[in-house]
Design a protein around this ligand. Structure first.
Ligand code: ADP
Ligand code: MG
Length: 366
């Protein structure tokens, strides 16, 4: 490499490491002028793709200060390249991501996080409230104590030993409710959910880091959901929680029957526990569940009815109450004609089927 190229490399690296580059500083000055923040403090977290800073604002001139968090996406990074899979196929980003332009990409991620947070927050799920967005800089509520200490990630949470078993179970159920609500009400799959992207305080979970979250009609949303279920389930199992099988959780989240509100939610989960197969003993039950999880994790998940191998055969099976091992049976549910409520069918029905199914492709469960 010649000298000039080396200098350019150095400059690129400088902007990726020292996040508060000229442009970012200008954005922060502007935000300060407009009152979204008045002081930006030290970094709470420095990550591969973004840094998060603590900040203070005075939304009411005569009122007390409030704490905020400022997430600054890094503009000179390569890791955004693997994130393409989250954006491709998202109808909100039809124009697609311009891989050649990092700044645009990063702005897109910040925008996505802002909108997703807004949606999750309005659905009443505990998460930081998004306050302001400008290019790659996002201002949100600070999740932490009054002294400015951010709440720990669930991974680092200290759970009182006396009550640990009960609290972990309570948190597990809480998280299942959050995932279901996020899917049913927000129409979103987190897609990077784990003990690293959940903050914890006082028996309450807070969902963060939602820039990669996808709409439930994203071509890979169910695959991402299955991964979220595995990652969170693995974590709770390590804490000694008797978890439900991945398949049961998947159905609980995706099948839109029943409640998404407390207290019915907790009761619905209790019913799931009650209806588990009554294996002879705990070890057998655990082994059975491990096998089922393994099968479920390797099962092909079609996202649209187009991708189902033999839709008529599968719909028929489900109609006969046999398709319980099909991952996508809720996708087919609308296609199933119950014997007793079957409408008289015209002879054209068969050739009509294709078109009728196509029009259903966008997951129109609403
Ligand atoms: P990354 O893309 O770097 O993983 P995250 O959104 O997960 O970004 O944030 C990184 C860390 O910053 C979190 O683990 C958490 O400790 C802290 N953090 C993020 N948002 C907030 C917030 N609103 N309040 C307090 N701390 C936060
Ligand atoms: Mg994170």
């Amino acid at each position: 490499k010649d000298g000039q190229e080396r200098d350019k490399d150095k400059a690129d690296r400088a902007t990726s490491e020292q996040v508060l580059d000229q442009r970012t500083r200008m954005i922060l000055y502007q935000m300060i002028n407009r009152g979204a923040v008045s002081e930006v403090h030290g970094a709470i977290s420095t990550g591969k793709e973004a840094n998060v800073y603590g900040a203070v604002a005075y939304p009411d001139i005569h009122g007390p200060p409030v704490q905020r968090a400022v997430k600054v996406y890094k503009t000179a990074i390569l890791s955004f390249k693997d994130r393409e899979r989250y954006i491709t196929g998202e109808h909100r980003f039809k124009s697609g991501a311009d891989k050649g332009n990092n700044r645009k990409m990063v702005k897109l991620w910040a925008e996505k996080e802002f909108r997703n947070l807004r949606r999750i927050h309005s659905a009443g799920i505990a998460c930081p409230e998004p306050i302001q967005l400008k290019l790659h800089v996002l201002v949100m509520d600070f999740l932490g104590d009054r002294k400015g200490w951010a709440y720990p990630r669930l991974r680092d949470a200290t759970i009182p030993a006396d009550d640990a078993e009960q609290i972990w179970m309570h948190l597990y159920i809480q998280l299942l409710g959050i995932m279901r609500r996020m899917y049913q009400v927000c129409k979103l799959v987190h897609a990077d959910l784990s003990e690293y992207n959940i903050l914890y305080n006082d028996k309450q979970l807070y969902i963060i880091d939602v820039s990669q979250s996808v709409e439930h009609d994203h071509p890979r949303s169910l695959e991402f959901l299955r991964m979220d279920i595995k990652n969170t389930g693995d974590f709770f199992r390590r804490q000694g929680v008797d978890t439900l099988s991945d398949r049961t959780v998947f159905d609980f989240i995706t099948i839109s029957e029943g409640v998404v509100e407390e207290p019915g939610l907790a009761q619905a989960i209790e019913r799931l526990y009650a209806s588990r197969s009554a294996a002879a003993d705990d070890d057998t039950a655990t082994a059975e569940q491990e096998v089922d999880n393994e099968v479920f994790r390797n099962q092909y998940i079609p996202q649209t009815l187009d991708q189902v191998y033999d839709i008529e055969k599968d719909a028929e099976k489900i109609g006969e109450g046999k398709g319980s091992n099909l991952v996508y049976r809720n996708l087919l549910a609308d296609q199933v004609v119950q014997p007793n409520e079957a409408e008289p069918r015209s002879s054209e029905d068969e050739s009509d089927n294709g078109a009728a199914l196509d029009s259903d492709d966008d997951g129109s469960s609403e």
